[in-house]
Design a protein around this ligand. Structure first.
Ligand code: ARG
Ligand code: GLU
Length: 693
């Protein structure tokens, strides 16, 4: 009710973006502040982003390239997700110290574990550089001249800006190259693992619950950023000291309620909100269904093997998780696009655009040309999907290519890592079904000639794959390790797995990729004009830029939703739900004994709320992959949770956002604090934080 009133108010005020949609640039957040304040935001634009003093942007980090993290103490203490720190936790794990299974809790700074290669990047400032990037460009230039000029301009802008202080500079296009921003950041290279819960907490619910609500995952891990004595980034050294951030997040343990304002500060990876109907149609009706089917085939084979053998269950756990993650996301995305009628809505908009453009020569043919280009692109996009999802999904040939490309010194380590979790019998079955699909779905020009010679009809695939696996010296660890490095060098020239990988790679490189690149490039060039035209045609609409792994603000409210007729989900879960799901026989739901004991004894300390502990909540913030580990903040900019997922019904928000259904999922900060204190016995970490209640 409240919502409807707000919406009509916005309509009157001329807000045409919905209250909760969008990923906004921090330096341009001013345009959203009035709207945010109506919903419950209490701060000013300068609190979010400022270059004159500390602002909340100084407390948000890009973690390891693909995730977000946030700083919570003046000693560089950092919170992100368990699934973001997973690689590091795994690397430090061994049979003697199995941190994945049992968790890891440093009891003081000397016990923290360094992670070579892991970086944390903090934005120093961003500025618009459109005029400089486009200096000397005019619209009559051939595209190649234009692109070369733009890269040259970008290089010289960065060279001029770089004052040798060791900052990292990058320039990214927005709105398909209608606007450019430069990002200056400080990249820290000494980042140490401080704490991680057992996977049975940090990954509770596993792939069964992934992309789902109600959720009970304690998806967090703790790191610390180190700097040199001058507080500047440095390679790992025992002499480094905890980084002193310009700003860190205060934590609110006050509690949250449905309807509360909430916002998210982080690094969303990629969205495509302005694509044409053709592209949305491809995603929902061709790309996703095919990719889902290919992954279903793989998952069926893997899961059957896992069910029969506990060793295989572990060996393929992480692989299956990776396969299932996008598999589930694509299903939600395709369904969401259908449910919203995205393709039809986009078609209507394109017709409107074409009518509007009738007497504007610079825009008149854009939509028609784009349709034609999409028709040309389609077979290549479809082939690319199959190359990646059908051919590249065969582990043996992918390994063959990796080994071939690796330096001789790296091969032994690569092989050891590969064979540790490799079951040839699974891969052989996968190869049979995936190759069969590839041959069935792709035209002859995308199939290596040799293969067509050897496999005349589908009945011959099995024999072909059998020969491959029996003759390849890479298909078994015994055969591989029996080879000397000279023998390996020799066999890499004619091993059937190497040969097959090379044949497919050649088709990909010579017949798929060039046209795929050419058409996508032409399409993106036209999008630049289409986007500008759309902005002219709809002057009252607020356009937010697509996500591109740069820092953004999204805002909305905490709230449940109706996933289906007759069901309404509440916005919060609690520890009680973990105990309800507890089942020692189900791997994903096997609660650690210590957590059971804490529950039984009611030992919740200061985190007790209504006789339990809050665990996770949902809100309608517009997020995507990359927002994992993002701080979820209240109206005063205090940390109330860590973002870690979306519901699978929301995943079409990468193409069209629906505030009624789209929900991001966060772990409640009180659950994180409870776990650190009571499960990990690392309460000393809380003393560093500023917790208000
Ligand atoms: N769906 C989340 C994301 O896209 C979490 C993935 C990790 N968790 C898992 N159970 N596989 O990254
Ligand atoms: N788990 C995702 C990540 O790693 C976030 C989920 C999503 O919104 O796509 O960023």
């Amino acid at each position: 009710m409240k919502k409807t009133l707000l919406f009509s108010l916005f309509a009157l005020l001329g807000f045409s973006a919905s209250a909760d949609e969008g990923m906004w640039l921090p330096s341009q957040i001013e345009s959203q502040i009035a709207n945010m304040r109506t919903l419950g935001f209490k701060l000013k634009a300068e609190d979010i982003y400022s270059t004159d003093g500390a602002s909340l942007k100084d407390a948000v980090v890009q973690f390891g390239g693909g995730c977000t993290g946030n700083l919570v103490s003046e000693q560089g203490l950092l919170l992100t997700n368990h699934h973001c720190g997973y690689g590091q936790i795994q690397q430090h794990s061994s049979l003697e110290h199995d941190y994945l299974t049992h968790g890891f809790w440093a009891m003081n700074q000397s016990e923290e574990l360094p992670n070579p290669g892991l970086t944390v990047s903090i934005l120093v400032r961003m500025e618009e550089v459109t005029d400089q990037v486009l200096a000397g460009i005019d619209e009559t230039m051939p595209d190649s001249v234009r692109s070369a000029k733009i890269s040259a301009n970008i290089d010289s802008i960065i060279a001029r800006a770089d004052d040798g202080n060791g900052y990292h500079y990058s320039i990214a296009p927005f709105y398909y190259g209608n606007q450019y921003f430069m990002f200056v950041s400080e990249v820290f290279r000494d980042v140490r693992l401080v704490a991680a819960p057992p996977s049975a907490v940090g990954k509770f619910g596993g792939d069964t619950d992934n992309w789902m609500w109600p959720r009970h995952t304690g998806d967090f891990s703790v790191f610390r950023v180190y700097a040199d004595r001058n507080n500047r980034p440095a390679d790992y050294s025992p002499d480094n000291v905890p980084y002193r951030p310009r700003r860190y997040f205060e934590i609110s343990a006050e509690g949250i309620q449905e309807g509360d304002f909430t916002w998210i500060y982080g690094y969303p990876g990629r969205t495509n909100e302005y694509i044409l109907s053709d592209a949305a149609d491809y995603i929902a009706r061709i790309g996703n269904p095919h990719k889902i089917a290919l992954r279903s085939l793989r998952l069926d084979i893997i899961q059957e093997a896992q069910a029969q053998d506990p060793k295989i269950r572990i060996q393929y756990a992480s692989k299956a998780a990776g396969i299932a993650n996008a598999w589930k996301k694509w299903q939600g995305e395709a369904r969401g696009i259908e449910r919203l009628g995205t393709v039809e809505k986009k078609r209507a908009l394109e017709q409107e655009f074409t009518r509007w453009a009738a007497d504007r020569p610079e825009y008149r043919d854009i939509v028609a040309t784009l349709h034609t280009l999409y028709d040309s692109l389609r077979p290549y996009e479809f082939a690319l999907d199959y190359y990646l999802e059908a051919f590249n999904a065969i582990e043996l040939t992918r390994f063959a290519a990796d080994i071939q490309n690796a330096s001789p010194q790296r091969r032994a380590a690569l092989a050891e890592n590969f064979y540790k979790d490799y079951v040839p019998a699974i891969d052989r079955k996968v190869a049979v079904v995936l190759l069969a699909r590839y041959l069935e779905q792709q035209p002859e020009r995308f199939i290596p000639k040799n293969i067509t010679g050897q496999i005349a009809h589908a009945g011959e695939i099995e024999a072909f794959v059998d020969t491959l696996f029996s003759q390849s010296l890479l298909a078994s660890q015994e055969r591989f390790t029996a080879m000397s490095s000279e023998q390996l060098e020799e066999s890499l020239k004619n091993d059937p797995a190497v040969v097959l990988a090379t044949q497919f790679a050649t088709v990909y490189r010579t017949r798929i990729l060039p046209s795929y690149r050419k058409f996508t490039h032409e399409i993106n060039t036209l999008y630049r004009h289409y986007m500008r035209g759309l902005m002219e045609m709809q002057p009252d609409r607020t356009f937010y830029p697509d996500a591109n792994s740069t820092l953004r603000v999204a805002y909305g409210q905490i709230g449940g939703y109706r996933p289906a007729d007759g069901i309404r989900y509440l916005p919060q879960t609690t520890l009680r739900g973990i105990i309800e799901k507890d089942n020692p026989d189900i791997y994903d739901y096997n609660v650690p004994q210590k957590l059971r004991d804490l529950y039984d004894s009611g030992d919740f300390g200061r985190w007790a709320t209504d006789g339990t502990v809050p665990v996770a909540f949902i809100a309608n913030n517009h997020t995507t992959g990359g927002n994992s580990g993002s701080p979820v903040l209240d109206g005063r900019g205090r940390l109330i949770g860590l973002n870690f997922d979306r519901t699978w019904e929301s995943t079409m928000s990468d193409v069209e956002f629906d505030p009624e259904v789209c929900r991001n999922i966060a772990v409640d900060i009180r659950y994180v604090l409870f776990l650190i204190e009571k499960l990990g016995g690392a309460g000393y970490l809380l003393d560093e934080m500023r917790i208000v209640r």
